[in-house]
Design a protein around this ligand. Structure first.
Ligand code: PLP
Length: 893
């Protein structure tokens, strides 16, 4: 059959190329028709003609394929009967035993096809978060990975993956694997993944390429002759080449691709900005607060016309969708008409609910596919739907700078304390004006003023619950961290930004309750932190200033930050922005709040120079990667403030979480001991698998169950306590026995893990989901226990060293394979898991190397440094650790 091999480089700009359809069989059209004729014929007469049977080739389809190759600047193009048919043609390259690595936010139909291949064709599919290249790397198998399937932006969560980075990592490990990109959201107008290392790109041409929702089609393009030959063979064998009439319609649609897309995305930007400023969680790569904004614009010309947003309530979302008039309720996207849908009830309903939850697909998510209607009509209709659904309300009084203005009055989000100034602007200004609603960047006067700190989460290895009753517990720092960035601003405001909780808070410094506090007394003016404690009067006064809509974790984070700000920054009262990011799962019992407390405390103490780190001497060639650079006296001061913050957040914490977060390593803690906290000497870093049940924990209820057991069955309870103390003592001996071969130590600790869990089960703090994980991992010979309060939350499993990166070749093949199997087995049951290490460094402070070097140069050079704060807010939680490492030089306690 004839594919659409292109004749050479583009001659014109894209929109011109779209409307100029060359005839691949130049001179053969007897009437010189200016529109491509429809050869509605199944067969062609004669023996030696170019065409004989339309399954193998048809002149209208050839025209189309030629045109597709030309506008995509690709060597080969194929047109098939649907987007799914395109994926099917590509997937037929796979053989039984081959591995596929694919995204976890794939289009539902792609998911279904891969599932079919997994159960019927012996192909192993790993659905993972492809937005993090290192995660992709973890799932590569040199021998077996044959195909990596990427979508960017994904649909409907609009996540971005870095095709170039992934392609280069995949090719380094598995040179024969092919990188396939579903480019449906972008079309060749906006994004050309072949230029970034993809081998094959496909589009559902049902969407933007045709543009009118009047045909089904799929398009595959590639530059490699071998792949083209294979796919051409498949299309001819299967018979799913696009029919002549649909080929004609698709050719017609393609002529207006650029002009449609320009109009649609200009309106999409305005709509994204409108929703963003009403403080909905909006997913759109054109917004600067989108975590993949930079990565997206590295690859794509613009942001496209699909966005999604969360309302935090399924019923509200249903009402919004139901109330829309101009926005059609429909699956699919890419047509000239605007569409609205709830993916979890519609396009993605074929993905089981537990998998949707595991992949982070919010049930209340609304997807908007913006068409070519007048943008003001679209906004009016959306605004009416939001009001009718009770998601926003109109205020009749004059609009102020803290409300959105609308022809009917000002708008505000129901349940939010404020909305920001939304100005209607012309689509032509959209690039600039509409993006003003993006999350505010810290107002800094330069990177030199940014203080960036980090602190680890923790895991309790042994002794949880029992520690409350005097038994020793062992906690260790995790290799997952919270990061804090503190920058100066100049507008009498403090601004707390919590992107991972989708929240921010700001207030005028002058509006804070300074008069009602005893700030001078609680201010540790000499910096040694002797008087440090939380100040209940100050907390009560801060609470009074907060709107009731700020609740839960966010309220705690705001109160702790403002309390420490007022305590440490009096009487200077600087204007500041503090942004906190977390790569520690929040609320899973892994010490995310202690790490936050540590970051808040350290950043404010450093900013006010109440503790001083000698940056001059922290040269980049410092030994052992900056470890142990920060002295214990500084750490002790930070720890006192971090403990005060933990008290604000949790009432009566033991102090173990913040101590591990500040000091790192491992700590043994026993309540009644003269010195409750003792650093565990000899503790070696170990590899750990953390699995999350995603079962919400009610820690207080679980703790009171243990208290009830103590009262009702004291014999059983005391025996449990004794056995847990034995386990902990044995673990301490194990850590301290430096002559014990490491392998024996790990085997021994594994047994202790199992023994500790058995006691926790007797105490009644386990949960069927925890037991399920434990049983599954036991089948692989791995010992697991719950960690934290139990009743849900996470498990910990000690992994043999061979499961980590081994030698130059990376993970040893068999262990990496087992690990991939373990994690996908857990994932299939709805449990997410992460491999991490314990026992690393505590508090870290970034000494921005670039800024540091610039100090020696002039002011202009300093201003050319990329803003650190931007990297900080715009990276995904997974990317952050890597990017922060690149930003400069870190020193640690
Ligand atoms: N890829 C994406 C991103 C899609 O959204 C769709 C359909 O919605 C497809 C592929 C499948 O395309 P088709 O419906 O044309 O088979």
């Amino acid at each position: 059959m004839t594919d659409g091999s292109s004749k050479g480089p583009d001659k014109y700009n894209f929109s011109t190329e779209c409307v100029t359809i060359d005839n691949p069989d130049a001179g053969k059209d007897q009437f010189n028709s200016s529109s491509v004729p429809i050869y509605q014929s199944a067969t062609f007469k004669g023996m030696n003609g170019e065409y004989d049977y339309s399954r193998s080739g048809n002149p209208t389809r050839t025209h189309l394929q030629h045109h597709l190759a030309k506008i995509s600047s690709a060597k080969h193009a194929f047109a098939v009967s649907s987007g799914m048919a395109a994926l099917d043609v590509i997937a037929r390259i796979l053989k039984p035993g081959d591995h596929v690595v694919a995204g976890d936010d794939l289009y539902g139909g792609s998911n279904r096809l891969l599932g079919y291949l997994q159960s019927n064709a012996g192909v192993v599919v790993h659905h993972i978060d492809t937005c993090t290249p290192s995660t992709v790397e973890q799932y590569l198998d040199k021998e077996r990975t044959r195909l990596v399937l990427l979508e960017t932006p994904t649909n409907p969560l609009i996540k971005i993956c870095d095709v170039q980075e992934i392609a280069s990592r995949v090719k380094a490990v598995c040179p024969s694997a092919i990188i396939v990109v579903d480019n449906t959201m972008m079309s060749p107008y906006l994004q050309r993944p072949l230029n970034f290392g993809a081998d094959v790109v496909y589009d559902s041409a049902t969407k933007y390429l045709s543009g009118h929702h009047d045909l089904m089609a799929g398009v595959v393009i590639c530059n490699r002759d071998d792949l083209a030959k294979h796919m051409s063979f498949t299309i001819n064998s299967v018979g799913n080449g696009l029919g002549p009439f649909d080929s004609f319609l698709l050719l017609r649609g393609l002529k207006t691709l650029a002009i449609r897309m320009d109009r649609q995305q200009a309106s999409a930007k305005i709509i994204a900005s409108f929703l963003n400023q009403l403080q909905f969680q909006v997913h759109y790569p054109g917004l600067k607060n989108h975590p993949g904004h930079h990565t997206h614009f590295k690859m794509a010309k613009d942001a496209g016309a699909v966005l999604s947003f969360e309302t935090r309530d399924i019923k509200t979302s249903e009402r919004i969708v139901g109330a829309a008039k101009l926005w059609g309720i429909s699956v699919s996207f890419g047509a000239v008409n605007s569409l609205i849908s709830m993916p979890c009830l519609m396009s993605h309903a074929s993905i089981p609910a537990h998998l949707r939850a595991e992949r982070g697909l919010p049930e209340d998510l609304i997807r908007l596919c913006v068409g070519i209607e007048d943008w003001e009509d679209l906004i009016d209709d959306l605004e009416c739907s939001l009001v009718q659904a009770g998601a926003i309300r109109r205020r009749e009084e004059q609009s102020t700078s803290s409300t959105l203005s609308s022809p009917e009055g000002s708008l505000e989000r129901v349940g939010e304390e404020r909305a920001l100034g939304w100005q209607r602007c012309l689509p032509s200004d959209a690039n600039n004006a509409s993006m003003d609603g993006a999350l505010q960047q810290p107002h800094t006067s330069g990177d030199a003023e940014n203080i960036v700190v980090s602190a680890p989460g923790k895991v309790i290895l042994f002794g949880e619950h029992a520690v409350v009753h005097g038994v020793t517990a062992i906690a260790s720092a995790l290799d997952l961290r919270c990061y804090g960035c503190l920058g100066a601003r100049s507008d009498d405001t403090i601004h707390l930004v919590l992107p991972d909780l989708h929240s921010e808070y700001s207030t005028k410094v002058s509006a804070l309750p300074w008069a009602e506090t005893e700030v001078e007394k609680s201010d540790a003016s000499d910096g040694d932190g002797n008087d440090v404690d939380m100040n209940p009067t100050l907390i009560a006064a801060i609470e009074k200033t907060l709107p009731p809509s700020i609740t839960g974790k966010i309220r705690g984070a705001v109160v702790a930050f403002v309390h420490h700000y007022m305590s440490l920054c009096y009487p200077t009262k600087p204007s500041l922005t503090f942004t906190a990011r977390s790569s520690i799962p929040i609320g899973a019992g892994l010490g995310s709040s202690a790490a936050y407390s540590t970051c808040v405390s350290a950043a404010l103490l450093l900013y006010m120079q109440k503790v001083v780190i000698n940056r001059q001497r922290a040269t980049p060639h410092i030994s052992h990667s900056g470890r142990k650079y920060i002295g214990v006296d500084i750490a002790a001061t930070v720890n006192k403030w971090a403990f005060a913050s933990e008290r604000i957040l949790h009432g009566t914490p033991s102090g173990i979480d913040n101590s591990v977060s500040v000091f790192g390593g491992a700590i043994s803690y026993a309540r009644g001991r003269a010195q409750p906290m003792i650093p565990l000497q000899g503790f070696q870093s170990m590899l750990l698998l953390l699995a999350n049940t995603h079962v919400e924990r009610d820690a207080k209820a679980v703790i009171s169950r243990v208290h009830a057991l103590k009262a009702n069955q004291p014999g059983l309870f005391d025996e449990c306590m004794r056995r847990i103390q034995d386990v902990v003592d044995e673990a301490v001996r194990c850590f301290q026995d430096t002559d014990l071969p490491r392998e024996s130590m790990l085997v021994g600790l594994g047994k202790l893990v199992a023994a500790n869990h058995a006691q926790l089960e007797l105490l009644g703090v386990s949960h069927p989901a925890l037991e399920m994980i434990i049983a599954k991992l036991k089948a692989y010979g791995l010992q697991t226990k719950l960690t934290g309060a139990g009743g849900g939350g996470c498990t910990v499993t000690l992994l043999p060293d061979s499961f980590g990166a081994g030698g130059e070749s990376g993970k040893s093949g068999e262990s990496a394979h087992t690990l991939a199997h373990v994690t996908s087995n857990l994932a299939q049951n709805g449990f997410s898991s992460i491999v991490t290490t314990v026992g690393g460094s505590g508090l870290g402070v970034l000494i921005d190397k670039k800024v540091w070097d610039m100090r020696l140069v002039d002011q202009d050079a300093r201003e050319s440094v990329a803003p650190l704060a931007g990297i900080f807010t715009q990276s995904s939680a997974e990317e952050l650790a890597g990017k922060m490492k690149e930003c400069g030089h870190w020193v640690f306690v």
